[in-house]
Design a protein around this ligand. Sequence first.
Ligand code: GLC
Length: 599
Amino acid sequence: MRNFVLLLVAVLTVAAQNATVQGQQAMDQMWGESVVKLRAENARRGQLFDEGNYAMFIHWGLYSMLGNQVDGKTYYGIGEWIMNPRMAGIPVDEYKQLAKRFNPVDFDAKKIVAIAKDAGMKYIVITAKHHDGFAMYDSDVCDFNIADATPWQRDPMGELADACRDAGLGIGFYYSHNQDWTFPGGGNGPKVDDQGQPATFDDYFVKKCLPQVNEITTKYGPIELVWFDTPGKMPKKYVQQLVELVHKNQPNALVSGRAGHGLGDYQTLGDMEVPQENVPGMWESVDTTNDSWAYAWYDENWKSPKEILKRLVACVGRGGTYMLNIGPKGDGSVPGRAVASLKAAGDWIHRYPQVIYGTDASPWQHALPWGDVTRKDNTLFLCVFRWPDDGRLYVPNLMTSIQSARLLGAESSDSLPFRSEQDWAVIELPPRPVDPLVSVIQLDLESPPEVDPIWAIDPVQGTEVLAEFAEADHAVKEKRRWMEKFGEWKGVVHVHDFDGDGRAIWKLDVHRAGTYQVDLVYSGTGRLVWQVGIDGGERIQNQQNASHNYQAFPIGWLSFPEPGTYSVFARCIDGDVESASLKSIQFDPVELMNDANQE
Ligand code: GLC
């Protein structure tokens, strides 16, 4: 059976935003090009990735023992970079001494696999070697490894691979192929060897990188993927060798999108990035359960079970896979709050596995005001994160006839009452949601779903439409990334650089005529005057303050005289217009004004 092969390469280059240490690229520049890959050449390759849709990422190493504290001083940011000058700047020799006291007596591979299984995850990817160069497995290539250099002397990669296999989970390894901060010649590593002789990247590659990748792809049985990272300026010939080696040793394993030079088997988005619009092909989002990959003593900013589900369903709804990270402590134990949140979200997945596993992207191409959607053939799973107060769920512009609408987990499996209003479906819901986290309505359709993905204003719930979905006219629409703390990435597609009559323009479907409260979400400096208007219709404007953080500011009431498609614009017309950065527009129906017109 000739596997179908489509390969569409589009290169997305993301501009660097962040200050760098002398000679070192900004981290997001180090991630390399982000390339769309439609499907792996051999279909077996990446099956778990494609069908599982949900995995565990584990960052664990010597840095976990420090937990972002050195000599009593706390460093804020991603813990696995603690050695780096951008964090504590620990000298190589001093850092290597840490191995002598690394003794993770509470590490339990079976327990970690059970956490992943309870969480509903299908495979685990763990750091076999991170940028610090320490191998978290028994390597014959370099003695700076957990079996030879620590009092613990075990091989956690082997233990985890066995435990995964016993539990039916896949296993994969993270390997920092370019950066090695402790091996002579490694990326951003020592420039001379122990004898003081100059060391080249080729030395590092031949003596350590290539042989270690050979080890992790031959020592532990079949693996799911090798997760290379931060290729930076690594020459293509080296990446090619590594990809060929992985495919030779592990014909069914995937190579991550961060291999570099577009040579990975799928696309890896930026850190902590969950896309807002469907992304074609095979791709993954990688995310943290708090703000750091590795353990950081202070970091209690955990994602709630609902937040985890929101990002997971969004990922699957956009057509991708979600890999969520844990950072075990130096003793090998996993922070209890991470385990609890993962478990609660996992219980939900075990209640509705059909919503996540083997499902495809939402035909709406983006989230909807009340939640998000995944799809399996002619069935849509409506995941309702915001239960409508008036007991009616508005499903916009679904052209395909509905056979039934069943509330999963409800006592009765009868279809809920539904009717169509123009091209919208309106589903009558019980007053209260049936699930404490997210309620799911299974829509079985007569045929494959046909949807008009135009952004539609919900007649009951507030609707936020991102600038990402606007057209920029005499203004600039682009992606913007920044780090709140070091390595904690945030991003937005914003419209800015409004010149003269510059504006962001959205094409919107208004299902219910009436009056809506309009807010704009933006950042900027000082008081700004914004105008919002309907092409050929009403215009309103208001002056509001601004801050460097994105915030919603009320502009005022806007009326749509009748149902239909409208072109709505927003423009910054006064104040420090140059500083204006528009993230989204929000519509909230003004009670009473609308009902009177409709009923
Ligand atoms: C970035 C960080 C790295 C982390 C990875 C996770 O590349 O440099 O420390 O492991 O993101 O996606």
